[in-house]
Write a protein that binds this ligand. Structure first.
Ligand code: DAH
Length: 340
């Protein structure tokens, strides 16, 4: 046993460690083989020291110490290599050098944005927001609104019927009848919500959104209806819009009017959006028909009222320039992300 042997061990160690590369398991094996406390090679080489003749002890001891230091330093170095290699290494499970996964932020749907704006306009005017069921009965959706079973206007609202006689409400108007049944005037409400009709094309979706309005009190006139809707439409679109009331028909109002605004794109001069008419039809309205009051138990000699209904989706399409109504409900996040 001699200093020669120490040289051989050093070379073998360096070779083995080199072969282990950055593999932490392999490095650990090399460490145990050479520097392991119980049966490492260095341990053996240390034991040899005692048996050496005195004249050789000094040289061997010094060389052995040298070797131990070199082994320790090389192992340290190798471990560092192994640790940093593990970082980019897929097999270690977590690769902290990869860019993090961003959590995408949600965005409010354009219809929701429009609904919130409309609600805030009416809340400022002292209205409250009411809610009603989407699965309705025939009475509230039709009959109490002066649409008896054989009424031709039922055909305009191609209805989804459910088993057991209920249906998906075709408009938000049934909430008018529900509120009047349970609440005495004065009533001043708006009702946003989903409605359903069997219809699907560029401008129709089987599910869409409306906002209903209802005011009932003593002395309510068409003048109140007109002023309210003009104020509302100017607050919603712009101070510059003109508002036009056209005589119309709804079974639940008498007289009835459809309301147009001057086109918000061409300001009335005529363009593709308004079919060159300069006007955009925006809502239906009228004075509550006394027959509706009779159905829900409101004293028509004492009270009068007005009501209106408008499509939220149509307003969102106009305000945000969305060409196809069905796009809004396709669940494509590229649409909503624009409203982040
Ligand atoms: N419910 C009607 C529809 O869906 C809209 C409407 C018109 C509501 C006139 C009203 C109203 O309250 O007075 O077409």
């Amino acid at each position: 046993m001699s200093v020669e042997r120490l040289k051989e061990v050093r070379e073998a160690f360096l070779r083995d460690l080199d072969a282990a590369g950055a593999d932490t398991d392999a490095i650990e094996k090399v460490r145990i083989q050479y520097a392991g406390r119980k049966s490492g090679l260095l341990q053996e080489l240390t034991a040899v020291l005692k048996q050496l003749p005195n004249d050789q002890k000094r040289e061997y001891g010094a060389a052995l110490n040298d070797l131990k230091k070199a082994v320790a330093a090389a192992l340290d170095e190798a471990k560092k290599r192994g640790a940093s290699a593990g970082v980019g290494d897929k097999t270690s499970g977590v690769d902290i050098t990869l860019p993090g996964r961003r959590r995408s932020r949600g965005a409010e749907h354009p219809v929701h944005l429009v609904r919130k704006r409309i609600e805030s306009i009416f809340l400022r005017m002292g209205y409250t927001v009411e809610d009603g069921p989407e699965v309705e009965d025939d009475w509230h959706n039709f009959e109490a609104l002066n649409l008896p079973p054989d009424h031709p206007a039922r055909d305009d609202q191609d209805t989804f019927y459910l088993t057991g006689g209920s249906l998906l409400r075709t408009h938000t108007s049934p909430v008018q009848t529900r509120v009047m049944e349970r609440q005495k005037p004065p009533i001043r409400i708006i009702v946003p919500g989903r409605v359903y009709r069997r219809d699907s094309d560029l401008r129709h979706s089987p599910m869409f959104h409306q906002i209903e309005g209802l005011v009932v009190d003593e002395g309510i006139t068409f003048g109140h209806l007109k002023a309210t809707l003009e104020t509302f439409l100017r607050a919603l679109f712009s101070d510059r819009v003109e508002v036009q009331f056209r005589p119309s028909y709804f079974p639940f109002t008498e007289p009835s009017a459809e309301v147009d605004i001057t086109c918000i794109f061409c300001e009335g001069s005529g363009c593709g959006v308004c079919s060159n008419s300069g006007w955009i039809e925006i809502l239906g309205s009228g004075m509550v028909d006394p027959r509706v009051f009779a159905k829900v138990g409101v004293d028509a000699d004492r009270y009068t009222g007005f009501a209106f209904g408008l499509g939220l989706d149509r307003v969102a399409m106009l305000q945000y320039g969305i060409p196809d109504l069905r796009q809004m409900f396709a669940g494509d996040q590229r649409l909503t992300r624009q409203f982040e």
